[in-house]
Design a protein around this ligand. Sequence first.
Ligand code: ASP
Length: 462
Amino acid sequence: MNRVLNSEASRHVGENIKIAGWVNIRRDHGKLVFLDMRDRTGIVQVVCTPKHEEAYKIAERVRPEWVLEIQGVCQKRPEGMTNETPQGSVEVQAQTITILSEAKTPPFPLDTEGYEIEEEKRLRYRYLDLRRERMKRNLVLRHRVIQFMREFLSKEKFVEIETPILSKSTPEGARDYVVPSRLYPGTFYALPQSPQQYKQLLQVAGFERYFQIAQCFRDEDPRADRQPEFTQLDLEMSFTTQEDILNLVERLYTEIVQKLFPEKKIQQNPFPRISYKEAQERWNSDKPDIRKDLKDPNELAFAFIVDFPMFEWKERENRWDAVHHPFTRPQTEDIVAMKKDPGSILAYQYDFVLNGSEIGGGSLRTSNIQVLEAVFEIMGHSKEGMRKQFSHLLEAFSYGVPPHGGMAPGIDRFLAVMLNEPSIREVIAFPKTGDARDPMMASPAEISKEQLKELGIKVVKK
Ligand code: ASP
């Protein structure tokens, strides 16, 4: 007998069916034991009576979260016993119950929203926490959003290309996570802060339209809504303009909202383009919340913040730094002017903002090697130092580089805003804690002496 999914039960009234899943709730009414059985599609009520003695005996013993297979006749519930849930008009009369797995009592309730439970504990038992309906809904919607992005971009003739996780330091402004090399002791890979350099190299390679659902790694100091690793929709295009890129992203997000979040309303379309200067002057922020009605959770105010300054002065380091990253194209190619007054130079850089959250950023890139060298020089890199660190990119650019640019909307933050979740951890299957630990895997963790020896690494206690 094939398994019937709970969501399909009401189509099988009068038939003998087999269902399988977890005990959601068990109610003992003496001569009647009710089991609410849960599977990935929903809940079905099972009734157990002494008429089927063996099944009834098992039902008396089972506890929430046990995994059962139940066979019996699906029937309409008696009048007055129905409810409005999807399978609320039917129930299965258990004839046989097979225990597939017993279960300990979960360390916290699974039938609530879960916000009331200490997060450390939720993450320690994440596989249980994910059983709750809200978390299921979040991850299924995440899947739908990503699937929609893939389909949309594939139709637009983008090619999805994976780039390495074992990579080399990329200057995106954060600290790198590094991985020691066993074969070349004393050397290290770095996990990508983003696929920035690879996606630019793919433009040199002639792909013209690249995307990837990319995991990025940044070793930043703990902040409430940060994660050491996060996912972004990484995009890059050749022979393009800033407006081409913004239009594409605008169309993609408009369709995502229309198709997957029909209850939401986009306040303004086309999304307003606001200069960095205006944003600072009017809202004193580079990610302004421009919603007209702040109380309405279904109001979506998307905006692009454009014309960022190219450089910002880092007081602590006593030097100029790129606001976005050094590959961003300045709005002038006048190197003399740029060196004279770096603070006055604007860049083809844009941020993507939703309801006061930054949900992405990107830029047109410099493909002019002289300009790129000048940018690094202004940032305080020596020519030699820069040649050493970025020789692959500079060399690649000397073999025919198309003008290119791109963007990387973050997926976690976007989903958190769309689902009205307080933290990105509510939309990630296995997030780290706010201070970068995984309480379930107990990571980070020490490694064995043998591993250290093999890697030629000595740990110095700080
Ligand atoms: N690599 C950039 C980032 O991750 C995005 C971009 O410029 O495309 O922020």
